[in-house]
Design a protein around this ligand. Structure first.
Ligand code: FAD
Length: 413
């Protein structure tokens, strides 16, 4: 019988792997597991604009989870509340961009519905938190080259020739997930033929917490507020056009930027490098295998149109951490089939709903046919008058459905 060296091995220390380690064995966890977190890179090297220039919309429930995990105090000073969201639908170069739909003051249960936080701060806060925990062994710059899934244990072999065993492997190893592939779990999905150009900009005037989503024919151009007179842009283009824009020199890029950004916030200036992310949809057929649980992008990749990808990962982690903590307290096996099925059942339908909704929104707005545009604009204007519908939409986006795991209610596990 193989010796177990850890309760859980987490493969991948991206945002989801780090958050999962904090949820299973961080300093705030009542019954911490013995966890080993392994990544081919070093999360400390990701905490800068060059490595990951994105910012994430963090929903009200994700914020509560960060509070329960003890990471919110470090994040708070970097978090920009989204005070308002404005949606427009126009063509590139249109003189005016009338606001068709606004979410103003649609705060959830008295709290702000979402915050913008740069990913570099998320990496730093989560990594700092898990380094305070003696129950988490971290192996950086270590690639897993082999996966073995048994019925009572799982093992991984690293590029340094070490073999580690655990009761459960958690795959947080991203959209190409070697752990998922080794388990033979298939995925369904497609590429959108769109690429998101991401960069941070400074502007002369204050944004006042306004998030803008301009639907242009190639895809959404989002101006997302950051602390200070700064915003994070998620600028979606058809992939060929994105390649052309990414290759432009500073002057050419500035011209394309101003054409889409407009002049309402004064002079706009890029800060830090441009990044390009090809967009697609991908859902794993199963979220679990023998002694294996998939979380984050390893389980699902969705269009960033609603800024929900990492939030979905946090919902996975909250559910998994609760299922595991309950088993732990009873002295039961945390990686057996019953535990994993419970996790999968908790997460499947919410993930599929978000994937379908984001796919629908992207297809609807990336359609330039005039009748479609007229219809959707009429629809947006109608919804704008219905506060109850807008509140319900914000509650769904924030993950405030029924059956929330404890961490998303701000309660420890
Ligand atoms: C343009 C854009 C904007 C977005 N905006 C938002 C937003 O506003 N809000 C939101 O919630 N989400 C957003 N998302 C989604 C979010 O960024 C992702 O869902 C999230 O970053 C995925 O993190 P992850 O940890 O699952 O995967 P990854 O970040 O891909 O991490 C996987 C890790 O696994 C490691 N790894 C892989 N294979 C191995 C191996 N064999 N051995 C060891 N280590 C390995 C890698 O080194 C890597 O560090 C956005 C996405 C994009 C593209």
């Amino acid at each position: 019988m193989t010796r177990q060296t850890h309760d859980v091995i987490i493969i991948g220390a991206g945002l989801n792997g780090l958050a999962c380690a904090a949820a299973l064995a961080g300093p705030q966890v009542r019954t911490p597991a013995n966890v080993c977190l392994i990544d081919a890179a070093d999360p400390a090297a990701l905490a800068n604009l060059e490595a990951d220039g994105r910012a994430s919309a963090i929903t009200a429930t994700s914020k509560r989870m960060f509070e329960a995990l003890g990471v919110w105090p470090q994040l708070a000073e970097h978090a920009q509340p989204m005070q308002k969201i404005a949606v427009t639908d126009s063509k590139l170069g249109d003189a005016a961009r009338p606001v068709l739909l606004q979410f103003a003051g649609q705060h959830i249960e008295g709290a702000i519905s979402a915050y913008m936080i740069e990913n570099r701060h998320l990496y730093a806060a989560l990594y700092d938190q898990i380094r305070q925990s003696s129950g988490i062994a971290v192996k950086t710059n270590t690639t897993i080259t082999q996966f073995d899934y048994g019925t009572a244990w799982a093992a991984v072999t690293t590029d340094t020739g070490e073999t580690l065993e655990a009761t459960l492997l958690v795959a947080a190893d991203g959209r190409n997930s070697p752990a998922r592939q080794a388990a033979g779990i298939k995925t369904t999905g497609w590429a959108y033929g769109q690429t998101a150009i991401v960069l941070t900009v400074e502007h002369e005037d204050a944004h006042n917490g306004l998030a803008e989503e301009h639907f242009l024919p190639a895809g959404p151009f989002a101006i997302l507020p950051l602390p200070g007179n700064r915003s994070s842009l998620v600028w979606t283009e058809r992939s060929g056009e994105a390649d052309r824009i990414m290759a432009l020199d500073g002057k050419g890029f500035q011209k394309e930027l101003e054409l889409r950004f407009g002049g309402h916030l004064g002079q706009v200036t890029p800060v830090g490098p441009r990044h390009a992310y090809p967009l697609g949809l991908q859902i794993s057929h199963d979220f679990v295998g023998d002694r294996l649980a998939l979380i984050g992008d390893a389980a699902h990749v969705v269009h960033p149109i609603a800024g929900l990808g990492f939030n979905l990962g946090l919902r996975d982690i909250a559910a998994l951490a609760e299922v595991i903590a309950d088993r732990f307290r009873l002295g039961l096996d945390v990686g057996d089939g019953a535990t994993l099925q419970q996790y999968q059942q908790w997460r499947r339908s919410d993930t599929i709903m978000v994937a379908v909704a984001t796919d629908f929104l992207n297809r609807l707005f990336a359609n330039d046919l005039e009748p479609v545009r007229l219809l959707r604009d009429a629809g947006l204007k109608a919804v704008d008058k219905l506060d109850a519908v807008k509140s319900s939409f914000m509650r769904e986006a924030a993950g405030l459905g029924s059956g929330l795991p404890k961490l998303l209610n701000g309660l420890p596990v």
